[in-house]
Design a protein around this ligand. Structure first.
Ligand SMILES: Cc1cc2nc3c(=O)[nH]c(=O)nc-3n(C[C@H](O)[C@H](O)[C@H](O)COP(=O)(O)OP(=O)(O)OC[C@H]3O[C@@H](n4cnc5c(N)ncnc54)[C@H](O)[C@@H]3O)c2cc1C
Length: 756
């Protein structure tokens, strides 16, 4: 009785109802505090008001006019990657007169070759905790803050992505879980979704490709992901919308100084025509990333180098390698580097960063590095998934500019993140950092420039970029693609791709789409049947996004060459055809562009000897130029067309040779199922292979690699089908010897300016 009275006393009931109210309130808040996707500010079911950026010819006129008095720019930004484009947006949106020049295409440097993460960096946090490194901690906090702004300034180009850390030891569960929780807490109210632990069963259900042996569970945390070169383009167009003059393929070849030895301009070469001219500006900003030292040398030949580049490579694998909406991070690879494995634009990218490298204008992913990534991928995928060199659809390498402050007294001082330096003559260099923090870096840079170059009176406002939405964002919503389908009769994946990569500019792309002669879809001719890129994007890229070469279109306006270099090679004839009409190319110019593009695509991880189907039908005219260029650099096999691009296909003569070689080497032994079978014992395999014409020169290293890749390393004997599979892998794998494995010096995480 007393107990009942206590339970139902007014005080207990008051506590209980108060607690329930708080609980309900907290639950309501939690359920409604999900990802803060900003809603669009404009009508999203109709095209936004039309806008065509000024043409390259107009931009060129404006650039050259700066030489006449009163027309000089406030700022000349050198470099059109994330850093330069971010600075141009910031300065132009403050009302300054800005010019930006890029010697190649916008984002042709590191900014199109990143891991595509918008992140604070879980690994840096680990470092901050274990080494009680306050600077590292501040970096993570800043990046987490910028992550939120990044995802809102161009919401159509970025999204959040859950990333799984697979766990193979019980003690790692609390370790990884608490690390990820701390990451959430640091992001505070700007967090995306809370991290959580997954049981082994759930982890395998979500990521069925994962190796189950020894798996104890997983921790999942959230970061952002974006489309780097399209983000770069959105920045460039936003700068243009705010009045900036921007030119790709314009290189700074010299710096100009006044009588007091202060910089007042630059000598520019138009790399499309070779023409040279001067551009005058009150201040010059060196945003040339890994190439910062070259410009600093033009300013002062005796300057101390500031950049120590570090390279990172990525490969693209088919989409069946990862779930569509879950990435994976392996923080402890065989040589201590981190590896990411992420779904991206419908395929899977895998890669790592941080190998010391030399500054190169066009770094390439080396065969040795591609194989290293494949080896690491094999370590955590289920053994029934045979990871093959032939599955590599594309590969690329990017250079990260780690920077050293030249003002630092000692040889120490690779700065933690980015660095701003002003030389005696007034060259303002901004280098380092990462994609995620481009906006904060730009703000700091322009603040400094306003002070150093006395531009206070010229700026109409302070920095506004934390709320400035980039071109394409205003009229975009997640459902905008439905409006595109209803208006233009597009396939759903095409409409979704256009909406997610162009935002509200997708309406303009669709206006350029030619009607098809089908009952459905009505518009949208694909550049390649397996990818949602359409021909209208080529026209749009030329007319609205300053694309001047097929590489600009295939690599940076669309991402086809990053997703599948071979598919890009096949799309090249059509892209060249459309561009030739748009840009009035002569036959010779078209051929030159094709040759250059084929060379570029060959550098994107296509295995040497990759054969290209000879062009047929109406595309044959231009297609033959691609075919010829590809053969010229040893890409298209000189074999008959019947052999074209397939690991599994052999021509009749080759098959007969393989059969008789197998028959000579094989003998009857008990098969796996019991009764005797004709099988080839493994020790005999190498000598049998050597008897087959074309297979004579396989080195031991290549032979071992093939056995590993084909999954037969531990097998004692093989039947004919398995023998054929090995021969197929031999054909597929490059036999140009991979460079000898150099000693890897792992760059410590605190010195990695960004990335993974
Ligand atoms: C492998 C790798 C992965 C990464 N992953 C991530 C990631 O996931 N997330 C993240 O936040 N960051 C990441 N980063 C970091 C990020 O990509 C870079 O910090 C950023 O792209 C650097 O941009 P930038 O503009 O400084 O350099 P760049 O993009 O290299 O731009 C410099 C430009 O200057 C131009 N230039 C040079 N000289 C001249 C001249 N004389 N005249 C005119 N133009 C000139 C070049 O052509 C080039 O386009 C990664 C970096 C690497 C290497």
């Amino acid at each position: 009785m007393t107990l009942l009275r206590t339970v139902f006393s007014r005080r207990t009931l008051a506590y209980a109802s108060g607690g329930t109210l708080v609980g309900v309130g907290a639950g309501y808040w939690y359920l409604n505090s999900g990802p803060a996707y900003s809603s669009s500010t404009k009508e999203t079911r109709r095209p936004p008001p039309p806008w065509t950026p000024p043409s390259r010819v107009d931009m060129m006129k404006s650039l050259k006019a700066s030489g006449t008095s009163g027309q000089e720019f406030d700022l000349l930004v050198v470099g059109g990657g994330a850093t330069g484009a971010g600075v141009a947006v910031d300065a132009a949106s403050r009302g300054l007169r800005v010019a930006l020049v890029e010697r190649d295409d916008f984002s042709a440097g590191t900014s199109s070759k990143s891991t595509k993460l918008v992140h604070g960096g879980v690994r840096y946090l680990q470092k901050a905790i274990f080494e009680l490194d306050y600077e590292q901690y501040k970096l993570v906090r800043e990046a987490l803050h910028e992550r939120r702004i990044f995802l809102q300034t161009a919401p159509y180009l970025s999204a959040m992505l859950p990333i799984m850390l697979p766990i193979y030891k019980y003690w790692q569960v609390p370790y990884y879980w608490s690390g990820c929780k701390l990451y959430d807490i640091l992001a505070g109210k700007e967090n995306m979704e809370s991290s959580y632990v997954m049981s082994k069963g759930k982890a395998l259900e979500t990521f069925p490709m994962l190796k189950s042996d020894g798996l104890v569970g997983a921790v999942v945390y959230y970061d952002g992901q974006h489309n780097d070169s399209r983000m770069n383009m959105a920045l460039i167009l936003t700068a243009v919308k705010h009045g900036a003059t921007v030119l790709n393929y314009c290189e700074v070849t010299d710096l100009l100084k006044d009588s007091a030895s202060n910089l007042n301009g630059a000598r520019i070469r138009d790399n499309m025509t070779g023409e040279e001219f001067n551009v005058l500006a009150k201040g010059i900003i060196n945003a040339t990333g890994p190439f910062s030292d070259a410009l600093l040398t033009l300013d002062n030949p005796a300057h101390k180098p500031i950049v120590q580049p570090s390279s990172g490579i990525h490969i693209t694998l088919p989409n069946y390698y990862s779930p569509r909406k879950m990435g994976l991070l392996d923080p402890a690879t065989s040589d201590g580097r981190v590896i990411f494995f992420l779904p991206w634009q419908g395929n899977t990218i895998a890669g790592t960063t941080d190998s010391p490298a030399a500054v190169e204008r066009e770094p390439r992913a080396q065969e040795e590095d591609i194989r290293w990534v494949l080896d690491e991928v094999r370590r955590y995928l289920a053994p029934d998934i045979k990871v093959r060199r032939g599955d590599v659809l594309s590969a690329w390498s990017g250079l990260r500019p780690l920077v050293r402050n030249p003002a630092a007294a000692s040889t120490e001082g690779l700065v933690r993140n980015h660095m701003i330096h002003v030389s005696e003559s007034g060259l303002l260099t901004i280098a380092g950092g990462k994609w995620t923090t481009y906006r904060a870096m730009a703000q700091e840079t322009v603040d400094k420039a306003v002070k150093v170059f006395g531009l206070g009176a010229r700026a109409k406002t302070g920095c506004v970029t934390d709320t400035l939405r980039l071109v394409g964002s205003d009229g975009w919503s997640r459902n905008m693609f439905i409006g595109l389908i209803q208006r233009y009769g597009l396939e759903t994946d095409v409409a979704k791709h256009l909406s997610d990569n162009y935002g509200d500019r997708a309406w303009t792309v669709c206006d350029l789409a030619e009607p098809r002669n089908d009952s459905w879809p009505l518009h949208g001719i694909r550049l390649n049947p397996s990818y949602p890129y359409i021909e209208a994007e080529v026209r749009y890229a030329v007319r609205h996004e300053y694309a001047l070469t097929p590489i600009d279109v295939l690599a940076r306006r669309t991402r086809l060459s990053f997703l599948n270099a071979h598919a890009a090679l096949e799309a090249l004839p059509r892209v060249a055809d459309i561009m030739a009409v748009e840009l009035h190319w002569s036959r010779a110019e078209r051929a030159r562009q094709i040759t250059r593009a084929v060379e570029f695509l060959a550098s994107m991880g296509l295995a040497p000897g990759t054969a290209l189907l000879p062009p047929q039908g109406i595309r044959a005219r231009v297609g033959h130029a691609v075919w010829a260029a590809a053969r010229g650099i040893g890409l298209a096999a000189a074999a008959p067309p019947a052999l074209a691009y397939s690991r599994a296909r052999f021509d009749g003569a080759e098959l007969a040779a393989l059969k008789s070689a197998f028959a000579r080497g094989a003998r009857e032994i008990p098969g796996p199922a019991g009764p005797p079978e004709v099988r080839l014992v493994k020790p005999a395999l190498r000598s049998v292979l050597r008897e087959v014409p074309g297979y004579e020169n396989i080195s031991q290293k290549e032979y071992d690699y093939v056995l590993e890749e084909a999954g037969f390393k531990t097998r004692a004997d093989l039947d004919f089908d398995e023998f054929l599979e090995i021969c197929g892998t031999v054909k597929e794998v490059s036999f140009t010897p991979a460079p000898t494995r150099h000693e890897r010096r792992v760059i410590p995480v605190e010195k990695s300016g960004g990335g993974v």
